[in-house]
Design a protein around this ligand. Sequence first.
Ligand code: AHM
Ligand code: MG
Length: 339
Amino acid sequence: MSKITTLSEFIIERQADFPYASGDLSRLLSDIGIASKIVNQQVNKAGLGDILGAQGSTNVQGEDQQKLDVYADETFIRAFRNGGMVCGIGSEENDKYVAFEKPLCKKGKYVVLFDPLDGSSNIDVNVSIGTIFSIFRRTSSVGDRADVNDFLQKGVKQVAAGYVIYGSSTMLVYTTGYGVNGFTLEPSIGEYCLSHPNMKIPEDGQVYSINEGHLNSMGEGVKAYVDYCKASDAKSNRPYSARYIGSLVADFHRNLIKGGIYIYPATKKAPEGKLRLLYECSPLAFIVEQAGGKASDGYRRIMEIQPSELHQRVPYFIGSTNMVEKAEAFMRKFEPVEA
Ligand code: AHM
Ligand code: MG
C-alpha cells in the first residue's frame, strides 16, 4: 500500500513553510476540515429530511431540524468560536460580520469569510454543492473586538483560502500561497487524504460555463465571447463545450482540473454581477492563481479589488489563463470602460 497523507499530517508538515508559525493557522485549517465533515454528513442525507422530519422534526440532540445552509453556517461558526483562532466571521448567511465576544476569541489573529453552502438551490435535486472560505490576518489589535476593516481586505491579503465540494465524493481543496492541494474524504475512516497534490489548471481549455439563458441581458463583450466559444475553428479546438451546473464550486472544480472558464457577468437584473467578492470570488481567485490560472472582473484582477461592503458583488471571469485573457480582450473591445 502506498503511503497515505491525511489532511492533518499535511497541514502540520506544511507549517514549516511559515517561519516562526505558532500553529494557529494550522489549527484553524484543521477546524475547517472537521466542521466540513459534520456538514458533509448532513448533506449526504439531505434527501431523507422529510422522512426523518416525520419522526417529530427534531434531530437527535432535540434541536429543530433546520435548512441545510443555516445548519452549515452554524456548524462552521461554532467550530470557529470554539477553536479560539478567529476573532470574527463574515458569512453569506449573516447580514453583518460577527465579532466573537469570548476573551479567547478576541485574542485570535484571524478572521474568516465564508459561504457555508454555496449553490444551495441544488440541494433538493442531489447536485453538488460546496463551502468556500477565505482567511485573513486581522488588521485590528489582538485582544480587541474585531472591526469592519478586518473583513474589508483585498484578496491579495488572504493567508489561506479553500473550498469543500460535496460531490460524488467529498473533497477539500486549499492554498496558503504555496500551491494548491486537494484531499478526498475517505468515508470509511473519516479522513481527508491527499489525492490531488500540487494542482495546476491547464493554460487552455475547451469548456465555457455561463448561464446562457440570460445571454440577452448580458453586455456585448460577453455575447461576443460566447459567440467566439461556439464558432468552429480547428486550430483552437472550437467550438468549445458548454458545461453549467449552476453550482459555482462544482463548475470551478471541474474547470480547475480539466481547463475551462466560468463566467458570471453583469446582467440587467444583476448589474454588479451576482457572486460575492469576499467569500465567493476572492478565495477561488487565490486558488486559481496559485494553480496557474486567472480571475478577473473582465478588466481588473479580482485579488486587487478593494472591497467596500461585506456582501459586495462583482462580475466574475475565472479559469484557464488563455481563456480569461481572451474574454478580457472581448470585454475591452466591445464593452470598453469609461476612463
Ligand atoms: P448562492 O450563493 O445563493 O447559492 O448563489 C450562488 C450560485 C453559484 O453557486 C452559481 O454558480 C450561481 O449562483 C448560479 O446562478 P444562476 O442560477 O443565476 O445561474
Ligand atoms: Mg453562494
